[in-house]
Write a protein that binds this ligand. Structure first.
Ligand SMILES: [Ca+2]
Ligand SMILES: [Ca+2]
Length: 233
C-alpha cells in the first residue's frame, strides 16, 4: 500500500531528472537559433479550461507523462487550477536551463468554444501544454512533447483529456473548485486538495464524467478536448 505523498516525491525526482537532462541538452538547442511561434488553443468541450500553462522544450524534458505520477505543479493545476504553481515549476526547470520558453496563455478561463492566442520564442523544438478541465476533480487538457512546425505552414494538434491520478473522481460539486464556471451552489466547492480524496495514482487518459456524483452531464466530453494551431512567425 502506498503512503500518502509518495507520488509527489517520485514526481519531484522526475522533474529533477528532466531538469538535469534539459541542462545537458541546452548547448545543442541554443545553437539552432530562436523562432517565434503563434499558438491558438480552442476549447472543444462544454467544460471551462484554465489559462494554459505551456512550455517549449527539448525532447529530454516533459511536463507530464502517461503512467507516471503527476508533478506537484501539474497536480496543483489539475486539482485546484493552481496555474501560477505550475508556471513557477516549469520556469525553474525549463527556463532556468536555457532550453526554451514557458508561460501562461492569456489570463482568463477559456469558455466552451472559446479560444486564446499566445506567442513564444524558443530554440527548442517541442511543445507541451497543461490546462485544467475546471469542472472535474483532477482532469486536464494535455499536449505531451509534440514537435513544433519546421516550415511556415500552420500545424494542427489535438489535446486529449487526462486524469492526473491525484484525486478520486467523486464528480461531486462540493469537491470541485469554487469557480462560477461549474454552476455550483452558494458556498459549494473548495480550492484545496482534500487528503481524504487522494488517489495516489498516475497520469492516464480521462474517462470523462461518469455520472457518479451530482455534476451535470453537459460537462462531459468524448474524444479530444481542445484543438491547437501553431504557426511560425
Ligand atoms: Ca479538485
Ligand atoms: Ca482522478
Amino acid at each position: 500500500m502506498k503512503k500518502l505523498g509518495t507520488p509527489l516525491k517520485i514526481a519531484a525526482a522526475v522533474m529533477a531528472a528532466a531538469l538535469a537532462l534539459a541542462t545537458a541538452a541546452s548547448g545543442a538547442a541554443a545553437s539552432g537559433g530562436e523562432v517565434t511561434y503563434e499558438a491558438t488553443l480552442t476549447n472543444t468541450t462544454g467544460n471551462y479550461l484554465t489559462p494554459p500553462n505551456f512550455a517549449a522544450h527539448t525532447k529530454d524534458a516533459s511536463l507530464f507523462q502517461v503512467n507516471r505520477p503527476a508533478s506537484p505543479g501539474v497536480q496543483a493545476v489539475a486539482e485546484n487550477g493552481g496555474v501560477p504553481v505550475l508556471a513557477a515549476e516549469i520556469a525553474g526547470a525549463v527556463d532556468a536551463a536555457g532550453i526554451g520558453d514557458s508561460g501562461i496563455g492569456g489570463d482568463a478561463p477559456i469558455p466552451p468554444g472559446g479560444s486564446v492566442t499566445f506567442e513564444f520564442t524558443t530554440s527548442a523544438d517541442r511543445l507541451s501544454i497543461v490546462s485544467m478541465l475546471i469542472c472535474t476533480n483532477d482532469g486536464f487538457a494535455g499536449l505531451d512533447s509534440k514537435a513544433l512546425p519546421k516550415g511556415h505552414a500552420a500545424k494542427q494538434y489535438r489535446l486529449q483529456g487526462y486524469d492526473a491520478g491525484t484525486e478520486i473522481n467523486t464528480e461531486r460539486r462540493a469537491d470541485l473548485v469554487p469557480a462560477p464556471f461549474c454552476q455550483l451552489g452558494s458556498g459549494l466547492g473548495t480550492g484545496e486538495s482534500n487528503p481524504a480524496l487522494a488517489e495516489n495514482s498516475v497520469v492516464r487518459r480521462h474517462q470523462g464524467i461518469q455520472g457518479v456524483g451530482d455534476l451535470e452531464d453537459k460537462f462531459d466530453w468524448s474524444g479530444p478536448v481542445a484543438e491547437l494551431t501553431v504557426t511560425r512567425k
